[in-house]
Write a protein that binds this ligand. Sequence first.
Ligand SMILES: Cc1ncc(COP(=O)(O)O)c(C=O)c1O
Length: 411
Amino acid sequence: MSATDKRQADLMALAKDVLIQNYRQQPMVMERGRGCELWDVAGNRYLDLTGGISVCCLGHSHPALTAALSEQAGRLLHTSNLYFIEQQVLAAKAITDRCFATKVFFCNSGAEANEGALKLARRYQHVIAERPDRNLFVSTVGSFHGRSMGTVSVTGQDKYRTGFGPLVGPVEFVDFGDLEAAQAILSKQTACAFIVEPIQAEGGIVVPEPGYLAGLRKLCDDTDTLLIFDEVQTGVGRTGRWFGHQHDDVAPDVMTLAKALGGGVPIGAVAANEKAAAGLQFIAGSAVPHASTFGGNPFACAAANAVFNTIDDEGLLDNCGAVGEYLGAKLDALATKYPSVCTGARGRGLLRGLVTKDGAAPIVTACRERGVLLSVAGGVVVRFAPALVVERSHIDEAIEVLDAVLAEASS
Ligand SMILES: Cc1ncc(COP(=O)(O)O)c(C=O)c1O
């Protein structure tokens, strides 16, 4: 065994001793990355089309992000929200300039952003709108909103909820895409908020029919229910627009962000219109309604600002749209070529999935063994969520490998 192989093996053995065994990591320790490529400590090179699960939107070690972070780290890392923070104000402006929202609250992750949105909704209904009977959260079957007690409670997949009860409630789940079911629940006038992903990502890259989000908007307007779009995975360019809902002519009251917002630095955000933002607004004489020690700190917000600027400077929304279409066409062709293994392909921009019949995990493993990193979504979907800087040549390399893997699986 070479010295680098031994180092990798030793680290994985140590991980078993010292880490809580909640994850099921693949057998490598990543050491460095550049663009869409990663290298493990043993020196093996991988083509990364997972992008840290929709996080590394600029690719690995992008010079603009590296420079912004080095500069910020050498100037000011953290002060707390006892004071105004220049980078936080600018990051909020970057978000509000690009969407319906007029106000932003920063936190550190997707779960925290959704937790903040749920708290915002409850306090909006109870305190601002003075409707204390509006407690119900409505969510969709197959959704994923996070792992905190509040967000796992509105996650529409039993496997994530089992073992953690009693959960936060009341919560009702309706089928994703089913406006009649949504109407039946919302018309009871007990709902506080409806939370939904513009594309169900972890649930298997499920894209709703055109008009679904607009239909929800109307139902929420008619029943005084706040509409929350969870854009933790679809936001910040992933679908070829700044935010996933911008493919439809619709705006929510609240949008949550995380993942790509920091390009790899942990940061989350709750972005709201003026009406909904009142739900988290400080009222003299009462406690600060919501807060986060690290939320919106200078370092994380410097990352967000670099992400927004670089996506603009390098035309990455256009690249996402164009290379995403190219990938989609290649996946359609593979699904047609291997009907005994695949049932189709779906997605938008650079959030794409190849739907398998019997489970995606063996396909993902076989691709990784051939040097291409992909991930599983919803059990049966092979998920592609590469950096927005990905090129057609990367897609060609991955498709060649996937083609060989599917050929083997279908033989
Ligand atoms: C749509 C969506 N919401 C929320 C989350 C939770 O984000 P985090 O893992 O940063 O807490 C995820 C993570 O996959 C997600 O895809």
